[in-house]
Design a protein. Structure first.
Lengths: 98, 141, 544
């Protein structure tokens, strides 16, 4: 599957396309295969996202997980500061990234 | 193509600029266009018969034209020096400092933004091709 | 230290308003991201892996307690309570919002700080010797020259759209503590036979994917021609540096492709021309700047015998303090490399403590080292125990300057959008390993530097031991390099062979240190042994 991601223009936060909006949680991301360029273009033009691009992903325990480690780090936060990630309370989350 | 923004009182040249090569080959042309890779110093022997030098910026990030402009002013060129192409309003103040006195941007400037850009800087830290007095000179006046 | 006058303050204030206007136009859609990017970069604002990142300039690494407090306040108010000190003596924040950026710049301007030209294809913050003004071996304090160049390079109208970024370092001693010859321009302030000061220019050094050591192109530029000569170096680069390939756009490639001799000839020609253009500030300006860097009033009765009865304190004194030009004083290094910690990170609370300690014990001055530590440059020996006690309580007392634990590491894949592999966890595991085996001390000076990609922000080419993280089919892999140095014995490290995974690289580092322990002769550092015995014994131990 393909996920569309980018950063929020104002806050810089990593965001994922949910089919109708942008979410900071990758669990909300939907497959955009085939329509990625069109969504990216219109959403960027509306300044709802900054520098969007699509990444490869697979379903992992029912949720999308990017194929490349860089996108997994982006989706979660710095592995060396679990307290600053989106899942600070999950002790196993490092395994999801690496 | 947007309007030309000029900071000169003389009449603009009314014929198109030629390339540096064709200018050096012929030429009775009084207007020439410098590309980023051209050596501005090749024009130095001919400056007295030039009324317009256009410096092309195919991409705003290619800063060679800033050196071309200053070199021409340092050589004594007093005709129109026009920045042409992908010229952005946030570059105007620096371009003025390098000796440009006309701008023909691909995309029209917002004149409020132009005014803000040109009035922005209360001082300058360098001697350049304009007539602004560097801060170091003011300090030791 | 340097204090702004009305002119400096007005320029920085104008820059804040310019950026506020640019950010507004971006948010309103008047600027595209492509157009806005170079503008935000020239104000230190990156779009990084998780958010915007702001890099704040700390000119030549010098700051006072008021400024350090302001940096701490920014960390709390706009970021997540910490900052990261960088290999170019700056600080960066990882969680910045675009809509806050102008306000942050305004807060910085209130304490005579800024983020001007901390990124972008322009002349970057000028770095210098972190012991400037304190070192026993310096000819003069290099910072006035760095400040002169800071002002010259700020908002330079001709050199703000260079082929690529441009980094300058200024030192003034034989000992190079600023990686001077690995900069685009390295300047060493020297004395000639007549006793006059001048500037030796080294041009075309750098790390990145094509590391080069800068050749000396002029051994003595008179001080009243310093700015003119720099202008000539830059103009030749701006005109002829490659713009067809960003990986070949640094000045080192131009100098390499032309040859140092031909580059020098072109510079000298441009220099002759520019001498008539009035670009040089008068020497009176240099004199004015120098007065800001006069020695503080050292206590001449400060001679003091340190009480070494506490072994932990004695160890810290031995490892983390260095000789000072004034009797009774040392420069004290605050390590930002706690075992298992993140190299260069400091919390807002730690920044405030360091600021307060600088005020109490170091004439209100701090320095950022390119090795991502903090220096209190002028500490009375008599105050060292009180200083150390306060540092220990805050987790800032690690006695590991220049040891294998004192690792330079770039942010790597944990923070950086360019990175291919994580750097920080490797640094953490290595410092933990050596702290555990207790070998940190016996290995002596061992500079270990880790980069998470080929851009070499972690200076891996210049490490006695270097580590380069690469992406091997989506998996982090680490190459090992040996024999580099950024100091006056500058050299470029060589790769040992095939890379290792994240566990294997820690073992590999331990393996090469064992080779060193077995082979070393009297007084040899790791890098000395490597230079004497060569790569083969290390290779055999690693790959057998």
């Amino acid at each position: 599957m393909r996920l569309l991601t980018g950063n929020d223009l104002k806050t810089g936060a990593v965001t994922w396309w949910t089919g109708s909006d942008w979410s900071i949680h990758i669990e909300d991301a939907v497959d955009v295969t085939g329509s990625e360029d069109e969504i990216a273009r219109s959403e960027e033009a509306a300044r709802r996202v900054n520098v969007p691009y699509a990444v490869d992903a697979e379903l992992h325990e029912g949720n999308p997980r990017p194929s490349h480690i860089k996108e997994r780090v982006r989706a979660l936060g710095p592995t060396v500061r679990p307290d600053l990630t989106l899942k600070p309370a999950d002790p196993e989350i490092g395994n999801w990234v690496i | 193509m947007a309007d030309t923004l000029r900071y000169r009182d003389d009449e603009p040249v009314d014929h198109p600029a030629v390339t540096v090569d064709s200018f050096l080959d012929q030429s009775n042309a009084t207007a020439v266009r410098i590309e980023p890779g051209d050596d501005a110093r090749a024009l130095v022997p001919h400056l007295e018969r030039l009324a317009l030098i256009e410096v092309n910026f195919p991409a705003f990030g290619d800063g060679r034209g800033y050196s071309s402009a200053r070199i021409l002013r340092e050589a004594g060129y007093e005709g129109e020096l026009r920045a042409v192409g992908d010229v952005l309003v946030d570059q105007l103040a620096y371009m003025r400092r390098c000796g440009f006195d006309a701008f023909e941007p691909d995309k029209q400037f917002d004149m409020d933004d132009v005014a803000a850009a040109l009035e922005r800087w209360p001082g300058v830290y360098q001697q350049a091709a304009d007539d602004r007095t560097p801060i170091w000179s003011k300090r030791h006046a | 230290m340097y204090a702004y006058d009305q002119y400096d303050q007005a320029m920085v204030d104008a820059r804040v308003e310019e950026f506020r206007d640019q950010a507004r136009r971006r948010l309103e859609g008047k600027l595209t991201e492509d157009q806005f990017k170079p503008l935000r970069l020239m104000n230190g604002l990156y779009l990084q892996l998780h958010a915007y990142m702001l890099r704040v300039a700390i000119p030549y690494g010098t700051l006072d307690s008021r400024q350090m407090h302001a940096l701490a306040d920014i960390a709390d108010k706009y970021d997540r309570g910490y900052g990261h000190f960088t290999t170019r003596q700056n600080i960066q924040y990882n969680w910045i919002k675009l809509e806050d950026a102008a306000d942050i710049l305004a807060d910085l301007a209130k304490v005579e700080m800024h983020a001007i030209q901390t990124s972008g294809n322009c002349i970057r913050n000028i770095s210098s010797d972190h012991f400037a003004g304190a070192a026993a071996d310096e000819i003069v304090d290099p910072r006035p020259y760095a400040e002169l160049l800071r002002q010259w390079s700020s908002f330079h109208p001709e050199f703000s759209y260079l082929p690529r970024k441009f980094k300058i370092a200024v030192i003034a001693s034989e000992t190079d503590r600023a990686a001077m010859r690995l900069h685009d321009i390295g300047i060493n302030i020297v004395k000639n036979d007549a006793g006059e000061l001048g500037a030796a220019f080294y041009v075309g050094g750098g790390m990145g994917r094509t590391p080069m050591i800068a050749p000396c192109i002029n051994p003595f530029v008179p001080l009243d021609q310093l700015v003119t000569y720099a202008e000539a170096c830059l103009r030749v680069y701006n005109r002829y540096g490659r713009r067809d390939n960003k990986y070949k756009a640094r000045i080192k490639i131009l100098v390499h492709e032309l040859g140092a001799e031909e580059y020098t000839r072109q510079v000298e020609q441009e220099f002759e021309h520019l001498l008539d253009q009035g670009v040089e500030p008068p020497l009176a300006e240099l004199d004015r700047i120098r007065t800001f860097f006069d020695d503080p009033l050292f206590d001449t009765r400060a001679a003091y015998e340190i009480d070494r009865s506490d072994p932990d304190f004695a160890l810290w004194v031995d490892r983390n303090t260095v000789p000072h030009k004034a009797d009774g004083y040392v420069s004290a290094v605050i390590s930002l490399k706690p075992v298992g910690g993140i190299p260069g990170d400091a919390t807002a609370e730690q920044m405030r403590l360091m600021a307060d300690l600088a005020k109490d014990y170091s004439f209100d001055e701090l320095r950022v080292m390119h090795t991502q530590n903090i220096v209190l440059p002028h500490v009375r020996k008599a105050d060292l125990h009180a200083l150390w006690t306060a540092l220990e309580e805050a987790g800032l007392g690690s006695p590991n300057l220049d040891t294998v634990e004192d690792i330079i590491a770039c942010p790597g894949l944990d923070y950086c959008s360019l990175a291919n592999a994580r750097s920080i966890p490797i640094a953490q595991r290595i410092s933990e390993r050596f702290a555990k085996t207790g070998k940190t001390g016996t290995l002596g000076q061992l500079k270990l530097k880790i980069s998470g990609c080929i851009n070499a922000c972690g200076h891996h080419h210049a490490g006695h031991i270097g580590i380069l993280g690469v992406d091997r089919k989506g998996v982090e892999n680490y190459q090992l390099l040996l024999g580099g140095s950024e100091a006056e014995d500058v050299s470029l490290a060589k790769i040992t062979g095939p890379g290792f995974d994240e566990h294997g690289i820690v073992d590999a580092v331990e393996t090469v240190t064992t080779v060193y322990e077995n082979e070393r002769q009297d007084g040899e550092r790791f890098v000395d042994t490597y230079r004497r015995i060569g790569m083969n014994p290390f290779k055999e131990a690693l790959y057998g």
